[in-house]
Ligand binder design. Structure first.
Ligand SMILES: *[C@@H]1O[C@H](CO)[C@@H](O)[C@H](O)[C@H]1NC(C)=O
Ligand SMILES: *[C@@H]1O[C@H](CO)[C@@H](O)[C@H](O)[C@H]1NC(C)=O
Ligand SMILES: *[C@@H]1O[C@H](CO)[C@@H](O)[C@H](O)[C@H]1NC(C)=O
Ligand SMILES: *[C@@H]1O[C@H](CO)[C@@H](O)[C@H](O)[C@H]1NC(C)=O
Ligand SMILES: *[C@@H]1O[C@H](CO)[C@@H](O)[C@H](O)[C@H]1NC(C)=O
Ligand SMILES: *[C@@H]1O[C@H](CO)[C@@H](O)[C@H](O)[C@H]1NC(C)=O
Ligand SMILES: *[C@@H]1O[C@H](CO)[C@@H](O)[C@H](O)[C@H]1NC(C)=O
Ligand SMILES: *[C@@H]1O[C@H](CO)[C@@H](O)[C@H](O)[C@H]1NC(C)=O
Length: 834
């Protein structure tokens, strides 16, 4: 079946083979009697891909290849004869099916240039190009005898799988072109390793070039940005019986591919229908850290540090001179011999001190891990490693299991967030105390992480219904008799008070009256739907913000207490801390840390004070908010969605560090009249995402939207809603217009000098990504944090639609109280179970 169609003259590459306006033949299959000639192309039935002879500019060679048919610029996704090109002048070349049933590419002299070379049992084979981009040789029953997906070149299409088999030692890789104009196999290749868990690598020849780290069943630990939750996903499937592991990419539709460039970088591209061009979904980061082994054995790379390399604790540079000159490849050596390696006959029993493990967090784990099969938890992993002196480090990742290292630790990288914990064996004694002590001092977060792990455990158990058991665990035992009524004694309050871990104090109403000067108007900081906020000074001189909840909440004391515990457990340096509470009669009062610099809007929208916010401070504020939000979204087994992120809910401490306030508040009012309000669409005008305004749907990505608005406000020093008078619908439309005109920097606040245009542009870019209309297009907070710290590449944002906010009658949304402490009916925080 052959059809005549006319070639479009814009086909640059394939079109070169024909006089541009000559009619050319489209074929839908190749059979023994109907070969494919250079004046023809083989097209997939849905017109998505085409296969044909092509020539590259600057070269006189001719190849057979596959490309996207109707997308311009197209992309060659496969080349048959990359190693043996035909000469372009050879017009009598043909792709045919030989007598043995194999596809053969013949030159004008009937020499076989390329062949599928499989043994076939059929003499009725034909070849077709499928809409997946797979070129297949099939028998009369349409069974595939050979397929191009089994013989990849440099491109991985969405339904294609790169296979490695540890038993047969089959390893399929993407192999780069030698250069942009030469498909000959270049030096770079990418694919999985045989080991368990598999790692993804890019090699330069046979040398490791870049490493993505171990697969943790949802992502590679060394590429935290590339998980299934963002635009660019990929999967690894394992068939342990066959010993096969498959790697594949996930793109929204067929119009996307993963591709290794001739210079070694790897990118995931997808076709953007609106912009009518290829957009980058993900790309291997372009900084020095990802290059394999930059910091040598026992060195740690951190692209945010200067210099980027340092030695692991307890290790020193092998050659100080080289190290200091910036050549880190020889790495580090142990400063002090391990106890277990010492010649035991020279030791007396008294000076034997056990080796310790030094724990590092947020790591890309080193290369060459051994997987320990029969260990089920972290302790088991540690004791396994402790027992065997040749075990230099271990890491327990719940989704992988226990990994240990017996060789030099190479290619470690530290991330600003994400990554895994790694424990490295070090000698016990070292100046400054035991490693354990030093860990606690230098990494104060670890205690927090451990405490948090307990809390997560507790909460998760709680969720599964073991409420009473957990209360006992929390040491908040209250027998039903005690808990039913407050008047029956405040035993639980006593216990709550005694629980040090909560750091939460119960205050008497009298002491609060004293602290706030009887809630005097002079001490009032703000007013809102949940009640009023006062500044208070406790007996010990400590300043607090006192939130007096006005609701005569129907919520029981018991539930209220649980809420307080929940909120007090949400601790992060970028969240406002709850320090105490008071319940007496109808009074329900929460005490928060007092932040001397009040809220961000007092600076940002104040013509005089805004100059105090230089770019450094603003960037610090943006990053802090992002981290706080990431914590709410990701770091607990209960996902907390803030729902009312806005400038007035960002408070600043004396060092201008931002803290998110009002998270968790509405949760306490669940089931009360305040929640009735939330059945209407409430929120703060200008910060609500389209899906919420239109459909009432709320998710983490709606918080991301609000964060995007907040970010653009911080950069511009303008309120989103205040742009109306200046001829723009809102700040977003203004930002988008400047962005698409290539004048993004014009958005920046005139009160601020732009000290780092790249950072500013990156922030605006992130802001625009966050406010995209389609929620799945928005990055998640992990991606945002990584992007802000320069760890991740950015896709192009899509233009947001702005009309929805103009269409909203202003009055239907409760107007925002411009208070310093924003406490208003429109604050809604939802805690959802995971
Ligand atoms: C294409 O080329 C083949 C071989 O050179 C020739 O037989 C055939 O007539 C050509 N077809 C057209 C449409 O030019
Ligand atoms: C086909 O495969 C055989 C063995 O697998 C090999 O000896 C032969 O050279 C191959 N022929 C071509 C044309 O690649
Ligand atoms: C294939 O061809 C051979 C001879 O050319 C014939 O003997 C055989 O029966 C054919 N097989 C099939 C499956 O048609
Ligand atoms: C890749 O390896 C080759 C040969 O070993 C070397 O010349 C080249 O510089 C390497 N390329 C990169 C980017 O490291
Ligand atoms: C990587 O960065 C360097 C310098 O910043 C630049 O020259 C190079 O083109 C970049 N490579 C890629 C693949 O983006
Ligand atoms: C770095 O040091 C290694 C080992 O001493 C040496 O082989 C290499 O040439 C050095 N590289 C540079 C760039 O100086
Ligand atoms: C251990 O020490 C003893 C005595 O000092 C010595 O004879 C022996 O060779 C040493 N062994 C090793 C492995 O160093
Ligand atoms: C320690 O581990 C190494 C490497 O896994 C292994 O070869 C050795 O047999 C182990 N030694 C003991 C005592 O288990």
């Amino acid at each position: 079946m052959r059809l005549m169609i006319s070639w479009c003259s814009c086909l640059v590459i394939f079109g070169l083979l024909r006089a541009s306006h000559r009619a050319s033949v489209v074929a839908y299959n190749i059979t023994p009697s109907e070969p494919l000639f250079p004046n023809q192309t083989l097209v997939s039935s849905g017109n998505i891909f085409e296969l044909g002879f092509f020539k590259l500019s600057g070269s006189e060679n001719q190849y057979i290849g596959i490309r996207y048919k109707n997308l311009m610029p197209s992309k060659i996704v496969w080349v048959a004869n990359r190693e043996r090109p035909l000469v372009y002048k050879d017009r009598s070349a043909k792709l045919t099916i030989g007598s043995d049933g194999n596809l053969k590419l013949m030159d004008g002299q009937e020499n076989i240039v390329w062949s599928t070379n499989v043994s076939s049992r059929s003499n009725h084979t034909s070849a077709v190009l499928l809409d997946s981009g797979n070129f297949v040789l099939q028998d009369e029953n349409y069974a595939h005898i050979w397929e191009s997906f089994e013989d990849p070149t440099d491109t991985l299409l969405p339904t294609m799988r790169l296979e490695v088999n540890v038993k047969t030692r089959v390893k399929k890789l993407l192999i780069s072109w030698r250069s942009d104009s030469d498909p000959f196999p270049g030096s770079f290749s990418t694919g999985l390793t045989y080991e368990t868990p598999p790692q993804i690598f890019t090699w330069n020849g046979s040398t490791p070039y870049r490493r993505g780290g171990q697969w943790d069943k949802s992502k590679f630990v060394g590429i935290p940005t590339m998980d299934q939750s963002y635009k660019s996903g990929y999967t690894v499937e394992q068939d342990t019986q066959q010993g096969t592991t498959y790697f594949s990419v996930k793109v929204y539709n067929i119009f996307g591919y993963l591709f290794i460039y001739s210079e070694g970088s790897v990118k995931l591209m997808y076709w953007d229908d609106r912009a009518m061009k290829w957009s980058k979904g993900w790309a291997s980061a372009n900084d020095t850290c990802p290059i394999y082994g930059t910091c040598g054995p026992f060195g740690v790379c951190n692209s945010l540090n200067s210099p980027i390399c340092r030695c692991i604790y307890g290790f020193v540079p092998k050659s100080n001179e080289e190290w200091n000159s910036g050549n880190w490849t020889r790495g580090c050596v142990r400063e002090m011999e391990l106890n277990c390696q010492k010649n035991t006959s020279t030791l007396t029993s008294t000076n034997v001190k056990e080796d310790e493990f030094w724990q590092m967090s947020r790591m890309r784990l080193p290369d060459s891990a051994d997987y320990v099969l029969d260990v089920e938890d972290e302790e088991g992993c540690e004791s396994w490693c402790r027992r065997n002196c040749s075990c230099l480090a271990y890491s327990y990742v719940s989704t992988i299991g226990c990994m240990v290292w017996n060789k030099d630790l190479i290619d470690l990288r530290e991330f600003p967030t994400a990554g895994e914990d790694l424990s490295v064996r070090v000698a016990h004694v070292k100046a400054g105390g035991s490693p354990h002590k030093a860990v606690i001092i230098s990494l104060s977060t670890i205690a927090g992480i451990m405490f948090f792990a307990v809390f997560v455990f507790v909460l998760c158990k709680w969720k599964t219904g073991n409420l009473n058991k957990i209360r006992r665990l929390l040491d908040l035992v209250d027998t039903p008799e005690k808990s039913t009524k407050l008047t029956q004694g405040n035993a639980w309050q006593e216990q709550l008070k005694q629980d040090d871990s909560l750091e939460l104090t119960l205050y008497s109403f009298d002491s609060i009256l004293l602290a706030t000067n009887k809630f005097s108007t002079t001490s009032k900081l703000g007013q809102g739907g949940f009640g009023s906020v006062y500044k208070g000074k406790l007996k010990d001189g400590k300043e607090v913000a006192v939130k007096r909840l006005s609701s005569t909440s129907a919520q029981g004391v018991e539930e209220f207490k649980n809420e307080i515990i929940l909120i007090s457990k949400l601790q992060h340096r970028n969240l406002v801390k709850l320090v105490g509470y008071c319940i007496e009669g109808e009074e329900k009062i929460l005490l928060y840390e007092y932040l001397s610099n009040k809220s961000l809007d007092a600076f940002l929208f104040d013509s005089r004070k805004k100059a105090e916010l230089d770019w450094g401070k603003r960037f610090q504020i943006i990053q802090g908010i992002a981290r706080g939000l990431l914590y709410l979204h990701r770091d607990s087994c209960r996902r907390v969605i803030h729902r009312d992120l806005k400038v007035s809910n960002i408070l600043l401490n004396e060092k201008m560090n931002p803290k998110i306030s009002d998270f968790g508040l509405a949760r306490m009012f669940e089931g009360t009249e305040v929640l009735v309000n939330t059945q209407k669409i409430v929120g703060t005008r200008g910060y609500m995402s389209p899906e919420y305004v239109m459909g009432g749907i709320f998710s983490e990505r709606s918080d991301v939207y609000s964060f995007g608005v907040l970010l653009l406000e911080i950069v511009s020093g303008k309120k989103n809603t205040a742009m109306y008078d200046q001829g723009h619908l809102n700040l977003l439309s203004y930002a988008w217009q400047l962005w698409s005109d290539g004048k993004a920097l014009d958005l920046t606040d005139v009160a601020m000098a732009v000290s780092s245009p790249l950072e500013v542009t990156r922030c605006i870019h992130v802001g625009l990504l966050c406010v995209q209309d389609h929620a799945p297009d928005r990055p998640n907070m992990l991606n945002v944090v990584l992007i802000l710290s320069g760890e991740s590449d950015l896709p192009q944002p899509r233009q947001p639609i702005f009309t929805f906010q103009a269409e909203m009658p202003n009055r239907s949304i409760p107007s925002q109280q411009e208070s310093i402490w924003s406490v208003n009916t429109i604050t809604n925080t939802v805690v959802e179970g995971r």
